[in-house]
Design a protein. Structure first.
Length: 403
């Protein structure tokens, strides 16, 4: 006999869950038991009282239930969350091999821990929680992650929470950032040194973007390194200089790292010094910089890398975002000589693969060039795609030759 309160959902909601998607939206709820607490685990059923799954309920959110299990035998105690964490960690040990100095340990819904992101930066874990049900259980869940890593002789010095994102407001959660207190002496420094692809980076996990660094492009940076020999490379939206440094190590003839943020460029310069690499930096808006380059008769670069921030975080603005992707790629194509190379990325899940490729194709028509697709990849495997959950398939990274 199950003692969980129940939520009755529509046929549409049932179809979504059976198709593998873990969210129940506000409009899919037909009926529910009284006095359900926010963050409480409820059973989701159809109108025929058929069990569909269990998940966290939240009255504040448009996502009323986030499914965490479809097994009626599960008991949602400490052992349940320990199994979830161990499963996620064991997956990383297989797909990342020994490349675990810096990686994503938990990727929310893809690891059946909705709204929970955990990034490992050497001996520091940086956490972001976007789900009320996880947040009220973090005192159980986060120490379990440390225990799991300790079994593999990995000693974590601290857990830093980056809860300073607006989406928490929609979950009824407050925004803040700071160390998670779990009974250990807390570090003072909020920067840490990591190593990725043989390069050193100083990660500012207190003030850097997202959790401090973009781990998802790890192996795409190696693709850039592999093909940079003898080329003149412009790394647009360089952030902390990662693509630029990989191009340099790949034997590029010349590398320029460009960003609109002075802080990002300062961080990039610090990373260049750490690795004894000499790379020129330029500060400017990517659209303006590319436009200026495109107007020059002699093309300065024959390999341009575009890795901009997400142009949309809402389905409502997708059409505007796609115009933005079309324009930025058009300008890059105009800035390249025939035979040049373009690496272009989108990190918005609202811009589907089809939409993104269409925007690039439209840009090529406008630029009066043809494109040879060299490679199409996504995020590194520590950011797994859960089939049936398009939100997990967010990163697109394509390399073309412009002909």
């Amino acid at each position: 006999m199950r003692n969980y309160k129940k939520i009755v959902i529509t046929n549409k909601g049932e179809l979504s869950i059976r198709s593998g998607h873990p969210w129940v939206y506000e409009g899919e709820v037909i009926n529910k038991d009284n006095n359900i607490s926010n963050g409480e685990i409820v059973d989701v059923i159809n109108e025929k009282n058929k069990y569909l799954g269990s998940g966290f309920y939240n009255v504040f959110s448009k996502i009323k239930v986030r499914i965490i299990s479809k097994n009626t035998n599960d008991e949602f105690d400490e052992n349940f969350f320990r199994r979830r964490i161990e499963y996620a960690w064991n997956y990383r040990k297989v797909v990342m091999g020994n490349d675990l100095n810096c990686c994503r340990i938990i990727f929310g819904e893809a690891d059946f821990l909705p709204g929970l992101t955990v990034d490992k930066y050497n001996d520091i874990l940086v956490v972001q929680i976007l789900c009320l049900g996880i947040d009220i259980r973090k005192n159980i869940i986060l120490p379990l992650i440390i225990d799991t890593l300790k079994k593999d002789n990995i000693d974590i010095k601290g857990i830093y929470e980056r809860e300073d994102v607006a989406i928490r407001d929609l979950e009824g959660l407050n925004q803040f950032k700071g160390w998670f207190n779990y009974g250990k002496e807390l570090p003072i420094e909020t920067k840490t040194l990591i190593e990725e692809n043989g390069l050193k980076y100083l990660v500012d996990f207190e003030n850097g973007q997202k959790t401090g660094y973009f781990l998802d492009q790890k192996y795409n940076r190696l693709l850039v390194r592999k093909m940079s020999k003898g080329l003149n490379v412009l790394d647009c939206c360089t952030h902390v200089g990662s693509f630029a440094m990989n191009a340099y190590l790949g034997g590029a003839n010349n590398v320029v790292a460009m960003d609109i943020s002075e802080k990002a460029l300062e961080d990039a310069k610090n990373n260049f010094k750490l690795n004894n690499i000499d790379i020129e930096t330029r500060c400017g808006d990517v659209f303006d910089v590319l436009k200026d380059i495109s107007l020059k008769k002699n093309k300065e670069f024959n390999f341009i890398i575009l890795d901009p921030p997400a142009f949309t975080k809402s389905r409502k603005t997708i059409s505007t975002a796609l115009k933005g992707y079309e324009e930025i790629n058009y300008l890059a194509m105009k800035a390249l000589p025939r035979g040049g190379f373009l690496a272009t990325a989108s990190c918005s899940h609202f811009a589907s693969v089809t939409d993104f490729k269409k925007a690039i194709y439209n840009a090529s028509i406008k630029a009066e060039v043809n494109l040879k697709e060299i490679s199409f990849t996504g995020a590194s495997p520590d950011h797994p795609i859960l089939v049936g959950v398009p939100e997990t398939e967010y990163l697109k990274f394509i390399i073309y030759q412009v002909v």
